[in-house]
Design a protein around this ligand. Structure first.
Ligand code: NAP
Length: 260
């Protein structure tokens, strides 16, 4: 059996749930886990947007469903997990990827900017993980992957986002401690600059052309290029494999160089 094929209970495909998977990094992770043999619940705010990713997976011969859910809403988060379990099977893999930016210097940052970012990244990851762990404990197997960022090390204009992404690292390590005895691993990926609509929107907000900005960023990245969503999906794929069962509580910086 190929190490990429990861059978679940009774030989059925493992079930993965990826949040914020309508586009960008989340969509790339959803595609990659489907290619690895998993059935994937594609979760995003808008079910129609999720359906674009899910349909592309189905067209490629994979198994997927689209779910619309706001990860900050307690009942929506648990309903998303229960729907995935009812339609695909118990959720064994959770990727907390949904994210937003509300950048500003501290003295201009509003309470809403702070709360919104904490809400999606930290409250969202907490609610989704609390809901999904019940399935993983039942399976005696699980893989949790949280999306942190190099901004966890500090980034001007991102006091909210940096705090949330550093918080996700502590969240990840604590999950690893609490859930390890159930065969569940928890790891975080901390991407550097990745080319997505998120970074495109930041370029627009700063008033710089995206191509010029990418070229400028690439000059400071040791491998000489910016990252792609596929670079992050490859790291997520590794953490979700059977053979990665002894890797837990780790933060992997995927940033084209030794960022941390
Ligand atoms: P993106 O293109 O902005 O995609 C994020 C997705 O999350 C969007 O589809 C968004 O939906 C969804 N989302 C936002 N709030 C949500 C909520 N409350 N419930 C459910 N879904 C929600 O971002 P990305 O660049 O792919 O980033 C993905 C993750 O990687 C984020 O956690 C981000 O912080 C992290 N990251 C990105 C980079 C980078 O350079 N791109 C670097 C480090 C870390 P809407 O479109 O409807 O808002």
């Amino acid at each position: 059996m190929s190490p990429d094929r990861i059978p679940g209970r009774d030989g059925a495909a493992r079930v993965a749930l990826v949040t914020g998977a309508a586009r960008g990094i989340g969509a790339a992770i959803a595609h990659r886990l489907a290619e690895d043999g998993m059935a994937v619940a594609v979760v995003d705010l808008d079910e129609q947007a999720s359906a674009r990713t899910a349909n592309a997976i189905l067209e490629a011969g994979g198994r997927a469903i689209a779910v619309g859910a706001d990860v900050t809403d307690e009942s929506a988060a648990s309903q998303a997990v229960e729907r995935a379990a009812a339609e695909l099977g118990p959720v064994g893999v959770l990727v907390n990827n949904a994210g937003i930016l509300r950048d500003n210097l501290l003295f201009k940052m509003t309470v809403d900017d702070w709360d919104s970012v904490m809400g999606v990244h930290l409250r969202g990851a907490f609610l989704m993980t609390r809901a999904a762990q019940a399935h993983m404990v039942g399976l005696k197997w699980g893989r949790i992957v949280n999306l942190s960022s190099t901004s966890a090390l500090g980034n001007r204009g991102q006091v909210n986002y940096a705090a949330a992404k550093a918080g996700l690292q502590g969240f990840t390590k604590t999950l690893a401690l609490e859930l390890g005895k159930f065969g569940i691993t928890a790891n975080a990926i901390a991407p550097g600059f990745i080319e997505t609509e998120m970074t495109q929107a930041t370029a627009a907000r700063l008033g710089v052309g995206f191509e010029d900005w990418k070229a400028a960023m690439a000059r400071d990245i040791p491998v000489g290029r910016v990252g792609s969503p596929a670079d992050i999906a490859a790291a997520a794929s590794f953490f979700c494999r059977e053979e990665a069962g002894y890797v837990s509580g780790q933060v992997l910086y995927v940033a084209g160089g030794p960022k941390a």
